[in-house]
Design a protein around this ligand. Structure first.
Ligand code: NAD
Length: 218
């Protein structure tokens, strides 16, 4: 408890799965929160749940694949709290495991926008504030698909790029008080994997069970 007391954390994709559980655990640890997703009604439910734990929470409806929306998120965070200590870039979509010969260019663009550009946009907007404060922590949610590159072509490329951007930011800000790390989960039981069929996915999981959002959030 209270490991994040006095901190302000932005969590993208906070209305379901790993992002929702991250918001809840951060609230348990005392962090004020900026919750981000497109559907404000669902986000408000998470906001109410987190606020009931005694922290301050705002919700911002934004599509993180759009640069102007990411600028809006950071502006609203600064207007509300005056600082940003933690950024969790969690929002993302799956790519339906499409190989290069069966993906439309539009779909490639969409997955790269949501899973890769969003991380770049959010870090680009948040880092100047962390730089001024000489302090901050960024956590980017990549995927095992970005390590083994065994998902569809667009998801593999985007999630590998997330790891590359994470390492680059960590190197460029080393020694400044700003940390940047990535998490590359295996299969986690969320809306995303439910759509893909849990039984099919379990064939690839040595542990023999799906991970839980809690295990990534922690
Ligand atoms: P989820 O579908 O439950 O959650 C995804 C969240 O991202 C939702 O809140 C959704 O509203 C939000 N989102 C999607 N596109 C958005 C956009 N354009 N703008 C703003 N918000 C947007 O899925 P999840 O499993 O909790 O996924 C969270 C992250 O974890 C994703 O980045 C995903 O790639 C990654 N991940 C998941 C798994 C898994 O097995 N579930 C494995 C590895 C990595």
């Amino acid at each position: 408890m209270d490991r994040l007391k006095g901190k302000v954390s932005i969590v993208t994709g906070a209305n379901s799965g790993i992002g929702k559980r991250t918001a809840e655990i951060f609230a348990d640890e005392g962090s004020d929160l900026v919750l981000v997703a497109r559907r404000l009604d669902k986000l408000k439910e998470v906001e109410a749940e987190c606020a009931a734990k005694g922290v301050k929470v705002i919700s911002v409806s934004a599509d993180v694949s759009i640069y102007e929306d990411c600028q809006k998120v950071v502006k609203e965070a600064i207007d509300a709290f005056g600082k940003i200590d933690v950024l969790v870039n969690n929002a993302g979509i799956a790519d339906k495991h499409r190989p290069i010969t069966r993906i439309e260019n539009d779909w490639w663009d969409h997955v790269i926008q949501v899973d890769q550009y969003s991380v770049y946009y959010m870090m680009k907007e948040v880092l100047p504030y962390m730089e001024k404060a000489h302090s901050g922590s960024i956590v980017n949610i990549s995927s095992i698909g970005g390590v083994g590159c065994n998902a569809g072509i667009s998801y593999s490329a985007a999630k590998a790029a997330v790891i590359a951007m994470t390492k680059n930011v960590a190197i460029q800000f080393a020694g400044t008080g700003i940390r940047c790390n990535a998490i590359a989960p295996g299969f986690i039981a969320t809306d995303m994997t439910e759509k893909q069929g849990e039984n099919k996915l379990l064939a690839f999981v040595p542990l023999g069970r799906m991970g839980q959002p809690e295990e990534i959030a922690q």
